[in-house]
Design a protein around this ligand. Structure first.
Ligand code: HEM
Length: 196
């Protein structure tokens, strides 16, 4: 029920995100090296900032199912991609307006967006070797995660969120937080693009 609501109530934001995202240029193989660099930095800044605010909230629930989603794994993979591209990871994050993540419901809404975004990543990864402008890149990390692992992690996330005993008020908070997290992706994507 909660997953159906999340999917339905963020469907339009997903569509808009997908349309404006530079990763769509990987899928049609038109991406340039400069655009790929911007895309990796956009993702690094987004995941790093979100992981930093979600982690302390999940830490309070360490002995429960949510702890498997406690990691900086995505920003670490992106940091490796930045290294391959000889790029620094400094970005003025203090200018970003982060979604409010102060309780488990808000953390779950943000995790829905973060974990769900990896599903698109599986599709994007398949097209990387077909992008002419990226031929010289020696390694890809973030977009080439093992598909089985991504699918299993998503299944685990879905069963975890279903098993949470959330009140009606908390369910609204999860949905609101997912919407705010989608908006945060969009905010960072525009800001990083503007300064590239
Ligand atoms: C060009 C970029 C993207 C493409 C091509 C893409 C594509 C996809 C695909 C194919 C799925 C799986 C749908 C299914 O199996 O039902 C998916 C799911 C999802 N994506 Fe994306 N995506 C992209 C970017 C993003 C971004 C940047 C975010 C986060 C801001 C995101 C958030 C999600 C979420 C939350 C789901 C789970 C939907 C659900 O089943 O509830 N996607 N995406």
């Amino acid at each position: 029920m909660i997953l159906q609501r999340l999917r339905a109530e963020t469907a339009q934001q997903h569509e808009e995100t997908e349309a404006e995202n530079l990763a769509s240029k990987i899928i049609d193989h038109s991406i340039s090296l400069a655009e790929y660099k911007v895309l990796i930095l956009q993702n690094y800044v987004t995941y790093m900032a979100l992981e930093n605010v979600i982690t302390p909230v999940l830490q309070e629930h360490l002995l429960t199912d949510e702890s498997q989603f406690l990691s900086h794994e995505k920003s670490e993979q992106l940091a490796l991609d930045l290294k391959v591209l000889h790029m620094g990871s400094n970005y003025p994050t203090q200018e970003l307006q982060l979604p409010q993540i102060n309780n488990l419901a808000q953390a779950l809404g943000a995790l829905y967006v973060i974990e769900g975004s990896m599903l698109g990543g599986m599709m994007i990864g398949e097209h990387l070797p077909k992008c002419e402008a990226l031929k010289e890149i020696t390694a890809f990390h973030f977009f080439t995660k093992d598909k089985k692992e991504v699918a299993e992690r998503w299944r685990n996330f879905c069963s975890m969120i279903r098993s949470e005993n959330l009140s009606d008020k908390e369910i609204e908070e999860v949905i609101e937080s997912a919407k705010n997290t989608f908006a945060f992706f969009s905010q960072v994507f525009h800001k990083v693009l503007a300064t590239a």
